[in-house]
Design a protein around this ligand. Structure first.
Ligand code: FES
Length: 105
C-alpha cells in the first residue's frame, strides 16, 4: 500500500493511502491539518501546496495549470513545491514525504 508522510511544524503523520488517491484527498480523509483542498482537486486553489522532501517513485512533470497555481501559493514557491491534488498514490509514487508550508499549519 502506498505511504504518505506529512510533516507539519509540530507533528508527523504517516498514512497508508488507497491506490490512486491524491496526496490532498488522503490528507483530508485522515484529518491531516494544513491541507484544505478548496477546489476539490482541480488545480485551482493552491490550498494543497506541499514541499516534496523525499519520493520513492517518479512524480509526473508539473502541468501547465499546476505551474500557474504554484505561483499563487500562500507560502512562496520552492524548487520542490507541488500541488498535493496532482500527485496520485501508487501511480506516481510508492512512498512520498511532504512538508506542509508553515502558513497552512
Ligand atoms: S485542491 Fe485545489 S489546487 Fe489542489
Amino acid at each position: 500500500m502506498p505511504r504518505i508522510v506529512y510533516i507539519g511544524s509540530e507533528d508527523r503523520r504517516e498514512i497508508d493511502a488507497e491506490e490512486g488517491q491524491s496526496v490532498m484527498r488522503a490528507a483530508i480523509l485522515n484529518g491531516v491539518d494544513g491541507i484544505v483542498g478548496e477546489c476539490g482537486g482541480q488545480a485551482m486553489c493552491a490550498t494543497c501546496h506541499v514541499f516534496v522532501e523525499r519520493v520513492e517513485g517518479e512524480l509526473p512533470e508539473i502541468g501547465e495549470d499546476e505551474d500557474e497555481m504554484l505561483d499563487c501559493t500562500a507560502d512562496p514557491r520552492r524548487e520542490n513545491s507541488r500541488l498535493g491534488c496532482q500527485l496520485s498514490a501508487g501511480e506516481d509514487f510508492a512512498e512520498l514525504e511532504v512538508r506542509l508550508p508553515s502558513s497552512q499549519v
